[in-house]
Design a protein around this ligand. Structure first.
Ligand SMILES: Cc1cc2nc3c(=O)[nH]c(=O)nc-3n(C[C@H](O)[C@H](O)[C@H](O)COP(=O)(O)O)c2cc1C
Length: 196
């Protein structure tokens, strides 16, 4: 179970490039993203699942040469969708209509979210989905590395993103070649929590 895996998992730096995550396990990891919660259920994100070797080496070049981008089995690129109005319309259409109250609430919400606010909001939703995928990997005994160390603009170009989408974060997924270089560091519970 996930809680037992917290010590086992670590942000893997060196993946074994010969080991691939099975389609069945990839399906489970993607399902954790599919089912992740999001504000109003709008899921304002899109995830690119990259396993093509040539594409992965392009990502590595745009990712400060971090080896995970090339050696991991799959690279999940979480992209925020800042077109909130478009997403609201798409949701209402896909659901086959919603109550007037819910539609009014969704439209009101999207009216207030524009530009950088919309992008920031969508990014926060995308990070929750990334957290779910990271947890799913740990539970399945699959290694992963969350990553922000890349040029977002270059990733957007490599992936051919339209202007509503922006790459935000990556989860590299695969199997470790070696263990962590350093013992796990965490601040104390006193530092992190205040009970009132
Ligand atoms: C949002 C985010 C971005 C990160 N970016 C990188 C990265 O670009 N490269 C890397 O090697 N590790 C990256 N990490 C991994 C962290 O350094 C690591 O999670 C942290 O030091 C705690 O260690 P642990 O995950 O092994 O427990 C990132 C982690 C998070 C959550």
């Amino acid at each position: 179970m996930f809680l037992d895996k917290l010590d086992w998992r670590f942000a893997t730096k060196h993946f074994d490039s010969a080991k691939k995550v099975s389609e069945e396990d990839m399906h489970k990891i993607l399902e954790s993203i599919h089912m992740a919660p999001s504000s109003f259920g709008l899921q304002p994100y899109h995830i690119y699942v990259v396993s093509d070797a040539a594409k992965k080496s392009e990502l590595r070049a745009a990712g400060f040469n971090q080896p995970q981008f090339e050696d991991a089995s799959h690279i999940l690129v979480f992209c925020a969708n800042s077109n909130v109005k478009g997403r609201v319309n798409q949701m209402i259409e896909t659901m086959g209509g919603v109550s007037e109250e819910f539609a009014a609430m969704l439209h009101g919400f999207s009216e207030g979210l524009n530009g950088e606010n919309a992008k920031g909001w969508a990014a926060r939703q995308a990070y929750i989905a990334l957290g779910f995928a990271l947890a799913a990997c740990a539970e399945l005994g699959i290694d992963s590395c969350p990553m922000e160390g890349f040029s977002n603009g270059d990733f957007d170009t490599i992936l051919g993103l339209d202007s509503n989408l922006s790459s935000m974060a990556v989860l590299a997924v695969g199997y470790r070649k070696d263990g962590p270089a350093h013992p796990k560091f965490r601040f104390s519970n006193e530092d992190l929590f205040t009970e009132l």
